[in-house]
Ligand binder design. Structure first.
Ligand SMILES: Cc1cc2nc3c(=O)[nH]c(=O)nc-3n(C[C@H](O)[C@H](O)[C@H](O)COP(=O)(O)OP(=O)(O)OC[C@H]3O[C@@H](n4cnc5c(N)ncnc54)[C@H](O)[C@@H]3O)c2cc1C
Length: 419
């Protein structure tokens, strides 16, 4: 009997993680990617302006991102993530010029909160207890309905933390998604909160080793193959329509649609997905950071929110950045640099730069949009969904995307066994 074929549409991290998992099975795997490059919203490219390979956006992981780390183990790339090896995150407040470093102890008993020099300055110990309410937050609640979003703890810890995780103004964000992030990271103690970055680039960590592994296992990756439509009959998808050809699906073949939400909604009839998106703006500056610059700096009351110091350049991130999408890049670069120069004591002269605006970086993580996330299974028995917008219970992150791919792979294996 011929081997079943699993067609995976989209080679972002959701599609790649599904492919890596399924490549261990007896099925033939074919990955169809619309563009010339795998990685989707998590990719590197060579930029001539700053003469370096840079990422579309700085991606921060935490050591509690267990699926992301397991995926890196599977593709042999865990070493590509680097970090301080402990939960230590530096912050600066541009309104008061204060600096502090949060130092969370490794174990689950949070004694770091008792030590003044380890916690957020100007915050009482009691204030942290309010966060416990989040762990029992009702599903449809906004963060502001569960914890205080006007005090110092919010401004200096919860807002930066949840803005990075949800890519949505946290007070309007889903309390359930914030709670899921908290449960998998800070609530487990510092051991689950070591910051990690792909210092040599996202593609070298998450994408290229996966493609090599897939090739070794006999899977095919086809590029510049945009899926235009799917034909259905009864409870099955029967054909995949690409620009120049079509593939008729065999009785035992499966399809995993691992595109962004708005593309999936155009391919799969009646599919309900989140519709509102939220932008991220990244600035890359071609200048080595001065000695002593923390590798990751959270900024409060600035335009810039996070500063990443790489050996040869400085990068910045602004999340929930729809307000900057139409701003001229020259102005964004100049304004960001003003913050960076003030925080690092570098000269005011703007080095060469690159601004990357990702308009649809993630879905808007409000309770209303979260309620529109579909499950992995669809009403077609041979068509499954993967992608950071699928209902993983996590926000749209690397961890969520990888977990959605794993869930699709697990269900595909189950369906193949039933046949
Ligand atoms: C600037 C930025 C910063 C971020 N920062 C972080 C962070 O710090 N930490 C974190 O964890 N997450 C972060 N994220 C989120 C993370 O990158 C995404 O959640 C994740 O990469 C989404 O993966 P995906 O596979 O679901 O979707 P995508 O990456 O969008 O992959 C979908 C793929 O499908 C392809 N495709 C689309 N249409 C078709 C078609 N018709 N046929 C074939 N292929 C198609 C696309 O080209 C793409 O390659 C950030 C995202 C951005 C944009």
């Amino acid at each position: 009997m011929d081997r079943p074929v699993v067609h995976i549409i989209g080679a972002g991290l959701a599609g790649l993680s599904a492919a890596v998992r399924l490549a261990e099975s007896s099925a033939s795997i074919v990955l169809h990617e619309a563009t010339r490059q795998a990685g989707g919203r998590c990719r590197s490219f060579f930029d001539e302006t700053i003469n370096a390979t840079i990422d579309n956006g700085n991606h921060l992981l935490l050591s509690g991102n267990r699926s992301a780390l397991a995926y890196l183990d599977a593709i042999g790339a865990r070493d590509e993530l680097t970090g301080p090896g402990r939960c230590e995150i530096a912050f600066a407040d541009m309104a008061t010029n204060e600096r502090w470093t949060i130092r969370v102890n490794e174990g689950p008993l949070p004694w770091w909160l008792l030590v003044e020099g380890r916690r957020t300055p100007g915050v009482r110990l009691l204030d942290y207890l309010g966060a416990l309410r989040l762990l029992w937050a009702p599903k449809g609640a906004k963060l502001s309905q569960v914890i205080s979003c006007s005090d110092r703890l919010y401004e200096r810890l919860w807002r930066p933390f949840f803005l990075a995780a949800l890519n949505t103004e946290p007070k309007d964000g889903s309390a359930a998604l914030a709670a899921a992030t908290l449960r998998e990271t800070l609530a487990k103690g510092g051991r689950a909160c070591h910051p990690l970055v792909a210092a040599n680039g996202l593609s070298r960590a998450f994408v290229d080793p996966a493609l090599r592994l897939l090739q070794k296992r006999g899977a095919q990756a086809r590029f510049e193959r945009r899926l235009r439509g799917v034909e259905f009959s009864g409870d099955r998808a029967t054909s995949l329509e690409f620009e120049h050809d079509a593939i008729a699906l065999g009785e035992r073949d499966l399809v995993v649609v691992a595109t962004p939400a708005h593309i999936a909604a155009g391919l799969v009839p009646d599919l309900v997905t989140p519709q509102q998106t939220s932008a991220i703006v990244n600035g890359h500056f071609n200048i080595a950071p001065p000695a002593g610059t923390p590798p990751i700096l959270g900024v409060v009351n600035g335009m810039v929110e996070w500063i990443f110091a790489y050996p040869d350049r400085i990068s910045t991130t602004i999340s929930g950045a729809d307000r900057f999408i139409d701003a001229p890049r020259e102005k964004l670069a100049a304004d960001l640099w003003r913050d960076i120069a003030a925080l690092t004591n570098l000269p005011d002269t703007l080095p060469s730069w690159r601004i990357i605006k990702e308009k649809r970086a993630t879905f808007l993580a409000t309770p209303e949009e979260a309620a529109r996330r579909p499950p992995t299974a669809t009403r077609w028995r041979n068509l499954l969904l993967a992608g950071d917008y699928v209902n993983t219970g996590l926000p749209a992150t690397i961890e969520g995307a990888i977990r959605s791919g794993e869930a699709a792979a697990a269900l595909a294996l189950e369906r193949m066994e039933q046949q």
